[in-house]
Design a protein around this ligand. Sequence first.
Ligand SMILES: *Cc1c(COP(=O)(O)O)cnc(C)c1O
Length: 403
Amino acid sequence: MSLAHGRPYLAIPGPSVMPDRVLQAMHRAAPNIYEGALVDMVAGMVPDLARVARTEGNVAIYIANGHGAWEAALANTVAPGEKVLVCATGRFGHGWAEMGEAMGIEIELLDFGRKTPIDAQAVKEALEADGAQAIKAVLAVHVDTSSSLRSDIAEIRRALDETGHPALLMADCIASLGCDVFEMDLWGADVTVTGSQKGLMVPPGLAFLFFSERAAEVRRAMPRVSRYWDWAPRADPAFFYQYFGGTAPTHHLYGLRAALDMIHEEGLEAIWARHATLARAIWAAAEVWGEGGPLTLNVAEPRHRSHAVTALRLGTPHGARLREWTDRQAGVTLGIGLGMSEEGDPDGRGFFRFGHMGHVNAHMVLGLLGTVEAGLSALGIPHGRGGVAAAAEVIAGSEPRRG
Ligand SMILES: *Cc1c(COP(=O)(O)O)cnc(C)c1O
């Protein structure tokens, strides 16, 4: 017997759950892309998008996924042969470095492993060692979705300011925007990259770049920027065709309009608080389970954990078996371990992840945790009793009770 029939829950860290309101907004006939309602809608939408990143800077929208956003950020600011400093706390930091390498950019890599966030002191030392100021940008992933580590972008800004180094600060907020607190202007990021399919609750296919005046100046001094990635023609939605480098992503834009309405109706602070509480509920359950078995949270320190995604380790063969069980028996799809190879487990099959970004509420998280607890029991995987009860206590607003 399978208990999976009913509404499925894709609890992977992107693409995330899409609200019915977003889907319904997309369900319509093709609009005119040259004038009229769609053009007006986008012009009005850009400031609402910028508010999610907490910036008064520039916005560029691409038909692309997160990898496109990575490439766009570099294509506008760093020429082949120039250098960037990449801070890696998991697979996505390395991925951005590989993207730069493929573009002929020289990479200096600071690898912080998969357990600890970016150490701003190490960034400062790398900048101090760069006497010629050859480093053109510091690339930092705010939340690395593979490890679920969250790093402190404001601290990296301080490292740049204290050394007086002119490098741009670029933040990958693909996983974190609209989930974890992020303040682009206050924290001093020059470029922020994100995508539509995580905290923004829209299908994959839109990439967003937010950039400061300083970054725009660096762009203007570039010898050449490839046409599609050039952000300059994308700065004015009045020129609609150029704005999207061709045909507009019409239906994604309707979906995005609906998602931004939802975000601003709830309020960004309330969204951050919701994600924080749901994340604490997940940690509470995981900590109880771990008291009686092999389950561990990948990030030991709560203040370094993302509120959008949680990476957990069960070891082999339990991790893969649990994912298989929740999918087949309960209609809940968990995220795979990504870039989490370890000795005896080259594919990271002992790891799994919960995506809790965007359109996620208390009953979904309690359902997710209840399903995992059932799976642990069904598969005979040792675990502490009472994980879901501990999560329910967090949801109820009190500290989790033990024992
Ligand atoms: C999802 C993600 C990416 C990659 O985005 P794609 O849309 O898969 O290209 C990059 N960085 C982070 C932090 C992500 O979470």
